[in-house]
Design a protein around this ligand. Sequence first.
Ligand code: SF4
Length: 909
Amino acid sequence: MRDSMDSVRTTCPYCGVGCGVLAERQAPDGEWSVRGDPDHPANLGRLCSKGAALAETLDLPQRLIEPTLRGADGTLETTDWESALERVATGFRETIAEHGPDSVAFYVSGQLLTEDYYLANKLMKGYIGAANIDTNSRLCMSSAVAAYKRAFGSDTVPVSYRDLEQADLVVLIGSNTAWAHPVVFQRLIAAKEARPEMRFVVIDPRRTATCDIADLHLPIAPGTDILLLNGLLAHLADRGRIDRSFVEAHVEGFDATVEAARHDSQDIENIAQRCGLPVDDIQRFYDWFTATERSVSLWSQGLNQSASGTDKGNAVINLHLATGRIGKPGMGPFSITGQPNAMGGREVGGLANQLAAHQDFTPADIDRVGRFWQAPNMATEPGLKAVDLFEAMRDGRIKAVWIMATNPAFSLPDSTTVREALDACPLVVLSECHGGTDTAGFADVLLPANTWGERDGTVTNSERCISRQRAFLDAPGQARPDWWIVSQVARRIDPSWATAFDFPDSASVFREYARQTAFENAGSRDLDLAGLAELSRDDYQALAPTRWPVQAGRDGERETIDLFADGRFFTDDRRARMIPVDNRGAASALTPAFPLRLNTGRLRDQWHGMTRTGPVPRLNTHRGEPTVSVHPFDAARYRLRGGQIARIGNAQGEILARVSLDDEQRRGSLFVPMHWSHLTASRSGVNNVIASDTDPVSGQPEFKTQAVWAEPYAAHWYGWALVCEGATRPPALAGWPGDYRVVIQGAGLQRLELAGIDAPADWIAWAQTELAPPADTARQWIEFADPKGGQYRVACLAEGRLQSVLFVSRRSRRPDIGWLTDLFSHAPLSDQDQADLLAGKPATPGEDRGPIVCACFDVGQNTLIDAIDTQQITDARQLGECTQAGTNCGSCIPELKQLIARRLTETSN
Ligand code: SF4
C-alpha cells in the first residue's frame, strides 16, 4: 500500500522467497530507492544483493514500449494497440477455426502475477477449449507439484519459513540456498546463531556456499539421491523409528514403500559405494535424522530438475510420512520454488495438466470449473507440457503460440530444437517488457507489457504467502498489464466472450479467482481463499501478506487453517500416500565419449537471462563471465587450464566457457551457470548442451546431470576491450571478432572478453574502423603491434580522454582491469598513462583488489585476504567491520567465511 506519497510496499520480482520491498523516494520527482520491508513475514527487512539493487533496474535497456508487428520481409514496425490486438485475435481465431483448439498454445511464466496467469488460463482452458497452456515453472518445480499431489492428493506445501527456524535438523537437498534463496539462508544463519545446537546437513555433489552452514556435507554422486533417501527410510524402519500410530491412522502404502526402499538400498556399505560417500557420514546423517523429531527437508532444483524428479520428491515426503513429521511446528518436506510467482501459477492452473484453483482433469472438476466460468468450450483433457508443446510446434501441430514474460529460446533444454520450433510456427506472439530477448527474434507480434514497478497484482511465495506487488511507476510508452492484454485479445477472438473478460482492474480479477477457490469447496480442496473473495478495491490495495488457506469467518473475519495438523489430507479417503520409488540414476549415460556430468544452476547476483540484473554494474562484479567449474583433477585429465576457454559438448551441441579451477567441485562433474544468453555472450548458452530428457510424471526436464565431453578450445588469441559508453559506437556483440565473446556491463563502460582462432588481418585497422568515435571528434590513437608475438594494444582518445582500449595477446592472462578502468577517468591522459598503455601495464602497479566478493561495497578478494592476514581476522563480522564486506545485504557472508577458513588453514600449515 502507499504509505505516503513516496513509500510503496511491494515484493521482489526475483526468487520464490518473495521478500517484501519498500520502494521510496525523498521528493516527488526524486530517484526511487529500495530497502527490505521490515514488516513482511518472508524477509523481515532483509534483501539479498539482487533485491538490494532493484532501484538500479528501473530503466531497463531495450525496453519494449510499443506494439510491434513483423512484416512479410521480416522487418519490425510499431503499430497501435488496436491493430496489434486484432492481429493476435484474428490469428488465433482463424487457426482455431481451421485446425481446432488444440492447434494453439500459450507458454507463460512464473514472472506473471496471479491475475495475469488466471485470465490466461481461463481464456485457454475455458473459452478456447484446449489445455495447451504451460509455464516456465514446468522447468523449476513441476516435479515437486507432482510429488505433493501423489502423496497428499493436493499440491500443498506444508512448511513455512518459521518451521525452518524452529527445526532442530534442516536437511538441504539439491539446493544452493545461499545463492538461489539468499534471504532464507540468512534466516537459517540467524536461527543457528540463536540456537547453535541446530544441525544442518547439505546433500549436494558440489561444495557450495550453502555448505558454510553445514554440520555435515554429503557430496553425493549425481543421480543417486533416491538411493540415499531410500536407505534412510529402511534405516528408520529397521531401528523401529516409524510413527506407527500416525501411519496407521493417516497413511497408505507404507509396507510396499519400505519394501521397495529396502530392495533398492540394500546395506549402508552398498549405499556408500554407489553414492560415492563415506559410510561414517551416511551413518551420521541417518542417526541424526532418526533421532531428531523436528526435522525439515528442504529441496529445490537439484532434485526437481531430473528425469526422476517426482520420485525424488516422494522419496523425501515418504520419510516425513513414515515418521509423522508433518503438519507440526518445525517439521515437514519443503520444496522451495525458484520464481517469484511459481506458486501463484500452480494455484490458478497455469500448468497444462491442472485446472484452476488446484483442481484436476476429473469429470467433477471439469464440470465445476466449467460452471464457475460459464465456459462455452471447457477443456476436458490435459494439454501439452513445455517440452512436448515445443515439439508439437516443431512438427506443425501447434500453429499459433502466445508467449508471455518468458524466453523459451534461451531457457528450455535443447535450445537448437526450440529455435527450430519457433521458426516453424506460423504465428508467434510475445508479450514482454524486453524487446531484445532470444525469443523476440522469432516473434511476429510483440506486445509491450508492464514490468516490476509498474505491475499491480498479487504473487504467492514458497510458503503459500500471498503478497501484493504494487505499482509505483507509470508504465512507459504503450506498455500495459498482461491481464489487460489477455482480456482484450479474448473479447476480440469472440465478442460473445466480452462479459467473461470484462475486468476494470486487477482487484476484480483477483476477486473472481478467490471466489473460484471457494466455489463448492467446503473443505474438499486445500486452496481456499473464501476470506479474500469479497475484497473491496481498497481492501485489495491494502492487503497485507496472507498465508492461505484463508476462510471466511463468522463475523467477516478471515480465518487461517494449519493444513495437515489433523493428519487429514486431500485424497479421496483423506489418507496420505507413501510412494514406492527406486533409484533410476541420470537420464544420460556416461560413456567414454561423454565422460563428465554437467550440472547447471544459478549464480549469487544474477537472475535468469540477465535482462534485469545484467545491466547493473555492481551485480556483474561477482561473476562476470560464463565459467565452467572444474576440479583440478579433471582439469589435468582433460587438459583444461584455469583462465583458458573450454569447449563442452555432446550430441545436442557445444558451448564455450572460461575454465575456473575449483577443488570444491566433485570429480567427474562440471558446473556451468545458466545465465548467459545471446544478449551477453556468443556461444555460452548452457541449454544448447542439455537434452530434452523429462520426468515421465511431471514433464520436468533434467538440467543437472547431462553427460558431456570437455576439451580445451584452441584459442590462437585472447582479447580484452573496454569501451566508454556513449563516446564511441562499438559493434554489437556479434560484430566483435572471435568465437568466445562476452559483454559485461560496468559503470559507464562495457567490458568485452574475447577469444578466437581466426582474427582480423590487421587488428589496428579493425579497431580504428570499429571503435572510432564520431568523425567530428579530435581523435588520437595509441598503438602497439608485435605481429610475431601476437600482441596488439590499441587505445582511442578523443580530446585527450580515453574512449576505448583493446588488448590482444596469445596468452589468456588478462591485464589489470582495475588499472585500465581507472584510466577512463583521467582527463586528459598523462604522458605516463599513455606510456603505460603502450607497455600494457602500469609502471607503478596500484592495488589489485582481485575478484570482487562483496558487490555492495566493491570489495575484492585480495583486499579481504590482506585484511585477514594483517588484522588476524577470524570471523566474518570482524572482516565486515574492517572492510565493509558483507555489511549490507549479507549475500557474500558465506564466501567471506570460506575465505577466512581457507586463509587460516593456509597460514597454519
Ligand atoms: S531472496 Fe533476494 S531475490 Fe529472492 S525475493 Fe528476496 S531479495 Fe528477491
